[in-house]
Ligand binder design. Structure first.
Ligand code: AP5
Length: 216
């Protein structure tokens, strides 16, 4: 099964992908996490994208398409794309990649949210340094204080692009560059919307309902 989770910054894409990948035996392909790993490694790519990401702007399509092309289709039972595609050219490139590998997209799930609520979500977010799992100061604390539920790491960080100025730019980028891909998938008849304003467990149940139907 191959699915895309779509939604604005803070919609809960990463939170949900982490929960669903184990349950369905899928691999999460999170382009934001890949770029942050490049930065942490000090690679040329990491250095190139650092300022763009911290300002909340989108990295160029060429870089992103190359990054995902090397990973797509390597996952056993399928993938959950989180953060890609983010522009119409990326969506078109993804279609071409999948066609070349004889794969298809089963569903694009839009996590629909009220932008105003996302400011608080991003301001309170902290992330596991090791596995990227996302937590929140109020809504989603680790089960054991200071220990990541997913990998047991005790190190967390707050993202530079969660500062208010960068958040504003990220929302603008979503509205101008990413939202136009919703009609692209709606026209193909594979877009499903879920209510991302519900609590985290309820959002998981909604997405699982969609995925269970695909699995049959
Ligand atoms: P990326 O890392 O993909 O960031 P994003 O899309 O802005 O999404 P986030 O990770 O901020 O949010 P999320 O939806 O995963 O929410 P989360 O689950 O963490 O990209 C970062 C940057 O990389 C981009 O700005 C760009 O520069 C670059 N980039 C990446 N991909 C690119 C591409 N394809 N093209 C070009 N550039 C690219 O949840 C947020 C918080 O809310 C957490 O604290 C969580 O605990 C909490 N929460 C989650 N769900 C709920 C809920 N239902 N109720 C209450 N709280 C909740």
């Amino acid at each position: 099964m191959n699915i895309i989770l779509l939604g604005p910054p803070g919609a809960g894409k990463g939170t949900q992908a982490k929960r669903l990948e184990e349950r369905y035996g899928l691999v999460q392909l999170a382009t934001g996490d890949m770029l942050r790993a490049e930065r942490a490694s000090g690679s040329d790519l990491g250095k190139k994208v650092q300022a763009i990401m911290d300002a909340g702007r989108l990295v160029s399509d060429d870089i992103m398409i190359d990054l995902i092309a090397s990973r797509i289709g390597k996952a056993g039972k399928g993938f959950i794309l989180d953060g890609f595609p983010r522009t119409v050219p990326q969506a078109e490139a993804l279609d071409a990649m999948l066609a070349q590998k004889g794969l298809k997209l089963d569903r694009v799930i839009e996590i629909s949210v009220d932008e105003a609520a996302l400011i608080d979500r991003l301001a309170g977010r902290f992330t596991c340094v090791k596995c990227g799992a996302s937590y929140h100061d109020i809504n989603n604390r680790p089960k054991h204080e200071g220990v990541c539920d997913v990998c047991g790491s005790k190190e967390f960080l707050r993202r530079a692009d969660d500062k208010p100025e960068a958040v504003k730019t990220r929302f603008e980028a979503y509205r101008a560059q990413t939202a136009p891909i919703l009609p692209y998938y709606r026209d193909k008849g594979i877009l499903t919307q879920v209510d991302g304003m519900a609590d985290i467990d309820h959002v998981t149940r909604q997405i699982s309902g969609v995925m269970d139907k695909i699995r049959g």
